[in-house]
Design a protein around this ligand. Structure first.
Ligand SMILES: [Zn+2]
Length: 204
């Protein structure tokens, strides 16, 4: 195996890999390979993904494909609306503590149904099913401050970004994140996937 061990990447290098992979994806040059038996056998010994991604369950946003990444490269958590919750935080803590992935990405996407439902609940008083309501409680605070008079598309666009930024801020406020980001080269970055272009926009 000539491939370097994934955790040999710095956070910046990991981010560059994701950006390059997304470029290959949108330019129709993705090289997502048939996984060789030797690679599977090597990975069976252990994983060293270079990035942890919290994304949405939406079928149109598969992180491995969007970033043209292979087996063992990405540690992925997917939940509708890319929201936090106890299980999600536990999974993120596992990634930080045991996998030491240098890069953490919170990736939302345009046209997110969960964000759309949160908008409908907040601004139109739409009633949702009970468990969906519980999910949306994690998104609703992110929508504070949005202008409900915006055109629907603009409101949706703003809400998607606000939801990602809200999750990033919530993570940054955890003691673990404060310690990790201060004492190591770990990075936490927000990102938004565009369904039409396939392009991932990383938030500053
Ligand atoms: Zn979604």
């Amino acid at each position: 195996m000539t491939t370097p061990k994934p955790h040999a990447y710095t956070a910046q290098e990991a981010l560059q890999r994701l950006k390059a992979g997304n470029q290959r994806f949108i330019s129709g040059q993705a090289c997502f390979p048939t996984v060789q038996k030797e690679v599977l056998a090597e990975l069976a010994k252990g994983q060293q993904p270079y990035a942890t991604i919290l994304g949405c369950s939406d079928s149109r946003v598969p992180p491995e494909l969007v970033f043209d990444a292979g087996f063992g490269e990405l540690f992925v958590i997917r939940v509708a609306g890319n929201v936090l919750g106890p299980s999600i935080l536990g999974t993120l803590q596992y990634a930080a503590t045991h996998l030491h992935t240098p890069l953490f990405i919170v990736m939302g996407h345009e046209g997110c149904g969960a964000v759309q439902a949160a908008i409908a609940t907040k601004f139109q008083g739409t009633q949702q099913k009970s468990r969906i309501n519980l999910l949306l409680e994690n998104i609703l605070p992110a929508l504070d401050g949005l202008d409900e008079k915006l055109a629907p598309d603009a409101l949706m666009h703003s809400a998607v970004e606000a939801n990602v930024r809200f999750t990033v801020r919530a993570l940054l406020e955890t003691p673990e994140a404060k310690a990790n980001l201060a004492n190591s080269d770990m990075m936490l970055v927000g990102a938004i996937y565009d369904l039409e272009s396939g392009c991932v926009r990383f938030l500053e």
